[in-house]
Design a binder for this molecule. Structure first.
Ligand SMILES: [Zn+2]
Length: 169
């Protein structure tokens, strides 16, 4: 599955961002992940731009590749020693994933939250093929047909997968 993907990496200053961009391009040019999009990473590099202290870009990615590629990019950046933080988000019609990352000069922490559209629960009360909708005011999920409520924790446990990766440098 190829998805629209937005990546943002914030460095401390423009010089650090320019150096980081060179590192990112190097990872994209040299990494060898055996995968359908192998050899197509140059397209991703072309989408990324440096503006002030930030690298950002919008690109189509093969999701399975991205899962492997983003930690490789971030680990290579952390190895350079400069602090950074940022996020990455992709979505298709059914699924989406939100990543956040931070490197404080010593530890790189990468979190990801994958939302699986196929696993969204249907209402237990009215048994309709409708999925719960998020109610921002009460931070819970509500059936649009009968009003049955599901806690945010239960909803997320059903269809979201949270992962955390930590690397020390
Ligand atoms: Zn219902």
């Amino acid at each position: 599955m190829t998805c629209a993907n937005v990546l943002t990496i914030k460095m401390n200053n423009k010089a650090a961002a320019t150096a980081a961009m060179a590192t990112v391009k190097n990872v994209l040019a040299t990494t060898s992940i055996k995968e359908p999009r192998e050899g197509k990473f140059a397209e991703i590099a072309d989408c990324l731009k440096v503006k002030k202290n930030t690298i950002s870009g919008f690109t189509g990615v093969w999701v399975d590749t991205w899962e492997l590629l983003i930690p490789e990019i971030l680990k290579a950046l952390a190895a350079q020693g400069n602090k950074f933080s940022g996020d990455n988000h992709w979505s298709s019609d059914y699924d989406s994933e939100y990543w956040q990352f931070n490197f404080d000069g010593k530890e790189l922490v990468i979190t990801s939250n994958f939302h699986c559209g196929d696993d969204e629960p249907v209402c237990q009360e009215c048994d309709e093929e409708v999925t719960y909708e998020y109610d921002e005011d009460n931070d819970c999920y509500v059936c649009p047909e009968c009003g049955h409520e599901m806690s945010a924790e239960e909803y997320e446990a059903r269809c979201e997968t949270f992962k955390i990766q930590k690397f020390t440098f």
